[in-house]
Design a protein around this ligand. Structure first.
Ligand SMILES: Nc1ncnc2c1ncn2[C@@H]1O[C@H](COP(=O)(O)OP(=O)(O)OP(=O)(O)O)[C@@H](O)[C@H]1O
Ligand SMILES: [Mg+2]
Length: 394
């Protein structure tokens, strides 16, 4: 029976989840080690399987720990166009309270209210939201109070429920969203670090589509960074050829490749689980797939494989889109890009930084290049069919 998840599924069944034994062992042993609470950063490119891995680990530890999974990209202020520190705190708080209710820790409601008071929120500042106290923040002065309150909570919750749980584990996903804080990012990271450092029983697992070469990572974990030297980085890699081959044989036996067909499949997907799954699900079944066939099918299914990237593409400015199309024939120096575009080199700083931030291009030996082969393939296909790039047709 076919048991392959869609590329957009965030939570997989145990049957669908494949491989990653080593990563699970490492992460679980870090999380379960008593008397220490390391800060962990799980990194890897888009679609590699960070989120499903975090959720699987959370499921396995859920009963013995107070666990929260927080996706920063669903913070409402981020969705509304401007990520704020206040928005993050509210989001964290809501997630804590959700788990609090799930765990049925109501007995401590009173204690929690008391705790609110010691933090000097006026009584009027606290709403009773369905049995859960909810602080209301009105002024920016209160923001500081709220954030130290919210970030202290996980430790407080642990202290109150020591007999039921071994600790608190917070999974904070889509961490790269914090780049949107702009100038406030540094202060926020240092603040976070100061809180985290003082908590003995709370473990933070950050994750996001960031790679170790990203400058954002050095802001966080580099020697000058807020978490310099104290963060353990676990990088998630793509599946190798043998893993993909075994995986498909087991989970999708009706896919029949000849040798060159499989080579081509691996080449198209690069072993990235999102692409492996999406392509495998869309490929024709019960027929021999040779190299030519896989090539054709890849072209046919590109719009589905590239779905995230097409979304991202459609949100770019015209100038950013143009930069990308200029790089389709290979990496270029900055002055060559500006020359082709007829603009000054200086005017490209902002768009080039933005495109690097969202990982669509990368800089290597003074040359900018496209870092998403699937986006590249989709743009080329669009051009060959329509003789124009899809600058604004979507
Ligand atoms: N271990 C796995 N076994 C089977 N399928 C997987 C596995 N890991 C990932 N996948 C597939 O890849 C898809 C993408 O995974 P996931 O959302 O976890 O990636 P991600 O690294 O969090 O990506 P992003 O950076 O975009 O958030 C999943 O929906 C699933 O279909
Ligand atoms: Mg994810």
């Amino acid at each position: 029976m076919e048991d392959i998840a869609w590329g957009t599924d965030a939570e997989l069944t145990d049957q669908q989840f494949y491989n990653r034994e080593q990563e699970i062992t490492v992460l679980k042993s870090l999380l379960e080690s008593e008397g220490s609470s390391p800060t962990i950063m799980v990194t890897g490119i888009r679609g590699i399987g960070k989120t499903v891995l975090l959720k699987k680990i959370r499921k396995e530890l859920k009963d013995n720990y107070f666990t929260c999974y927080i996706d920063l990209s669903t913070t409402s202020s981020y969705q509304m166009g401007e990520l704020t520190e206040l928005g993050i705190m509210e989001h964290l708080y809501e997630s804590f309270m959700e788990e609090y209710q799930d765990k049925k820790f109501f007995s401590t409601f009173k204690k929690l209210s008391k705790y609110f008071k010691t933090k000097d929120f006026g009584l009027g500042d606290i709403l009773d939201a369905g049995g859960v106290p909810l602080p209301v923040v009105k002024t920016s002065d209160n923001y500081k109070k709220l954030s130290s309150f919210v970030l202290d909570l996980p430790q407080v919750i642990y202290e109150e429920h020591k007999d039921q749980i071994n600790g608190t584990i917070l999974f904070i996903d889509e961490f790269q969203v914090l780049k949107d804080l702009g100038e406030k990012l540094d202060a926020f990271l240092w603040f976070l670090r100061s809180v985290i450092q003082s908590q003995k029983n709370v473990t933070y697992v950050f994750s996001g589509s960031i790679t170790s070469s990203d400058s954002f990572i050095s802001k966080i974990a580099g020697s000058e960074g807020a978490f310099g030297g104290r963060m353990l980085n676990v990088e998630i890699h793509s599946f190798n050829k043998d893993t993909v081959s075994d995986y498909l044989k087991e989970k999708s036996p009706s896919l029949i490749f000849d040798e060159s067909g499989f080579e081509r499949f691996y080449n198209c997907t690069k072993g990235i689980p999102f692409y492996v799954n999406t392509f495998a699900k869309l490929l024709e079944k019960d027929t021999t797939l040779n190299e030519e066939k896989v090539k054709d099918e890849f072209q046919r299914t590109l719009p589905y494989l590239a779905i995230h990237l097409i979304n991202q593409w459609s949100r770019l400015t015209l100038q950013e889109q143009e930069i990308i199309t200029r790089l389709l024939n290979g990496p270029l120096r900055r002055k060559d890009i500006s020359g082709k575009m007829g603009v000054t080199s200086g005017s490209l700083s902002k768009p080039l930084n933005k495109l690097q931030d969202i990982e669509l291009i990368k800089l290597k030996e003074h040359h900018y290049g496209i870092s998403e082969p699937i986006l590249e393939a989709w743009l080329k296909k669009e051009y060959s069919e329509k003789k124009v790039y899809p600058f604004r047709s979507i």
